[in-house]
Design a binder for this molecule. Structure first.
Ligand code: GLP
Length: 244
């Protein structure tokens, strides 16, 4: 779906999420959301906060799982995805703190394998993701599933691609300060979501959007695996869609 700009596109995505939350509430069910970081989803979160404040949208039945976190990374670090999510969303809505799940960048290396297995299990035990929000990196990563990520990959630690670290370098005041690794949900974790919405805004995403939507399905561009999902939508603006 191609919108005129990211403002209207983000509002449409927030509207879909709000409708899902409300329909689950009407049935007394939990709504399990997979959430993303980066600049792409910020306006969606702002719109959800507005709906909470002005329209009484409640998150009391919502459980969230974030896609990824840098490793190592403390929660207090302003560059952490933990900090980001609280800044843009969790501090402003009525979600129960125990319902918020973000990969923990402080887990010691020895325990990381088990931690990732447990994260995966927790998603399953919650009933699975009803909705997964995604951005896309210039490498074609979703979450931090960099080129080479297998379609069957689960939550794990990954080495970040050089391009990803270059793109993050302005946030970290130089590439040397960008963590070299991250914890990420896997491709299979994402593909098991009942609904997937990938958002991309701006000209600098146009080339990877073309490869993702029109290119061959391959782990070289992990986002291409979404082509085979039965309920995935790419929400674009005119610039990111300009090479299609
Ligand atoms: C990071 C995140 C991704 C995100 C990507 C794009 O690498 N781990 O989940 O999609 O950045 O970021 P942006 O939305 O700022 O372009």
């Amino acid at each position: 779906v191609i919108f005129d700009n990211s403002i209207v596109g983000s509002k449409a995505v927030a509207q879909e999420i709000a409708e899902l939350i409300r329909s689950k509430q009407a049935k007394n069910k939990t709504c399990v959301l997979g959430l993303a970081t980066g600049s792409s989803p910020i306006k969606v979160y702002e719109e959800l906060v507005r709906m909470h404040k002005e329209e009484g949208l409640s998150f009391h039945n919502v459980v969230t799982f974030n896609l990824d976190e840098y490793y190592p990374m403390t929660k207090e670090n302003r560059k952490s995805y933990h900090y980001f999510m609280h800044q843009y969303l969790f501090n402003h809505i009525d979600i129960k703190p125990e319902n918020v799940n973000i990969p923990d960048g402080t887990v010691v290396l020895d325990e990381l394998n088990q931690y990732c297995i447990d994260y995966e299990m927790k998603i399953k035990e919650s009933g699975g993701l009803d909705f997964q929000l995604l951005g896309i990196g210039r490498t074609g990563h979703v979450g931090f599933n960099e080129p080479g990520s297998h379609i069957n990959s689960g939550t794990r630690i990954i080495t970040l691609d050089h391009i990803t670290r270059v793109d993050a370098s302005s946030d970290f005041n130089g590439i040397d300060n960008v963590p070299k690794r991250a914890i990420t949900m896997g491709v299979s974790t994402i593909l098991r979501s009942k609904r997937i919405v990938l958002m991309a805004w701006g000209q600098n995403k146009a080339a990877i959007i073309k490869r993702t939507i029109q290119g061959d399905i391959s782990s070289e561009v992990p986002a291409t695996f979404l082509q085979n999902h039965s309920n995935a939508t790419f929400v674009l603006d005119k610039s990111s869609a300009s090479e299609l």
